[in-house]
Design a protein around this ligand. Structure first.
Ligand SMILES: Nc1ncnc2c1ncn2[C@@H]1O[C@H](COP(=O)(O)OP(=O)(O)OP(=O)(O)O)[C@@H](O)[C@H]1O
Length: 318
């Protein structure tokens, strides 16, 4: 169990983490989500005692990180795969960590085997691919057989096979009763792995909820209407107070009406329809909506607008 209470980190006048309070429970994978710069890495670094909070605190099974004896046996983390000493062999890198944390030597072979690096145990990580580096980082995290595991953006830069492997590993670790906390800025990726979600934006807590509730609460449903007479259809909808959103190719997104109602209205006014299909907004869209006000940099993309015109391309700071 990891517990954060009013955790805050300021760098000068920048508040990177702003009074975060939440708990990470054992037995499930908890996804830690937020747009770039939201404060995920800073929060994880404070959880691991690598950064000092400005105020508030983090407890690992009731203790602060610096109060843990042999911390690798309580909590293992994959922060950046690059953190490996390039000159030592993979085996020796793990041996150094094992010796300084009272971890039995036999665990080294066990974790190298688990992550699939047994064959290259005597090789130096500086020649490793990104995926092999991630696997070595994970071997290090698992070395002390900890009950709590943290992974910061573990699938970054991995190929589909590597992504699949990490997903299954995290689920497996959780099924063994461990606490698994994993950060990502991709909602779609998290939806395949996490049972619970903690979402932050600009350092503040935006959501602390089960994946199922997040989907139920944030998925927007609408009906896509395609017609050769968009102006007329817009007027028909306007007559009942509905303002459709136009997509780039001229299709309309209609919220607040069932497909049958729209179809009947169109028939009544003799508007030809080419498409009438119920849609559910993707989880990625729900996540972007939730965090919309907290994104540091916005790229203005061409996209649907209520009047059918497209937004200007550009970049601005909010
Ligand atoms: N050492 C530092 N000094 C000053 N500002 C920092 C420092 N570390 C982080 N920040 C700022 O704190 C904010 C949070 O950064 P952090 O790296 O924790 O975000 P993140 O959610 O992990 O982002 P990403 O998904 O891009 O990795 C950012 O605005 C960042 O610029």
């Amino acid at each position: 169990m990891i517990e954060l209470r009013e955790l805050t980190k300021r760098y000068g006048d920048k508040t990177a983490v702003d009074r975060l309070t939440f708990s990470v429970r054992p037995g499930i994978v908890t996804g830690f989500l937020g747009p770039n710069g939201a404060g995920k890495s800073t929060t994880m670094r404070m959880m691991l005692g690598l950064d000092k909070p400005t105020s508030g605190d983090v407890r690992i099974n009731g203790k602060r990180y610096d109060q843990l004896r042999d911390p690798l046996q309580y909590i293992g983390a994959l922060l950046e795969a690059k953190a490996v000493h390039g000159g030592r062999t993979a085996y020796n890198h793990l041996l150094c960590m094992a010796q300084s944390n009272n971890v039995p030597k036999k665990r080294i072979d066990a974790v190298l085997d688990l992550v699939g690096l047994k064959e290259v145990a005597k090789k130096r990580p500086k020649g490793f691919s990104l995926g092999m580096g991630q696997r070595l980082g994970i071997a290090a995290a698992l070395l002390g057989d900890p009950k709590i595991l943290m992974f910061d953006e573990p699938v970054n830069g991995l190929d589909p096979e590597g992504i699949h492997w990490i997903r299954n590993l995290m689920k497996h670790l959780a099924s063994e009763g461990r606490t698994v906390f994993v950060s990502s800025h991709l909602m779609s990726e998290m939806s395949l792995t996490a049972e619970h979600l903690v979402v932050i934006g600009r350092g503040k807590l935006l959501a602390d909820t089960s994946m199922a509730d997040f989907i139920a609460e944030n998925s927007r449903t609408f009906v896509r209407v395609r017609t050769p007479e968009p102006e007329r259809m817009r007027d028909v909808l306007a007559s009942v107070g509905i303002r459709p959103v136009f997509e780039q190719d001229g299709a309309m997104q209609v919220e607040g009406m069932a497909p049958a109602q729209i179809g009947e209205m169109a028939a009544w006014y003799r508007v030809v329809l080419h498409e009438l299909s119920p849609q559910k907004a993707s989880l990625e869209e729900a996540f972007m909506q939730l965090t919309a006000g907290s994104v540091e940099y916005h790229a203005h993309e061409q996209g649907p607008t209520p009047d059918g015109r497209n937004g200007q391309a550009g970049r601005r700071r909010r």
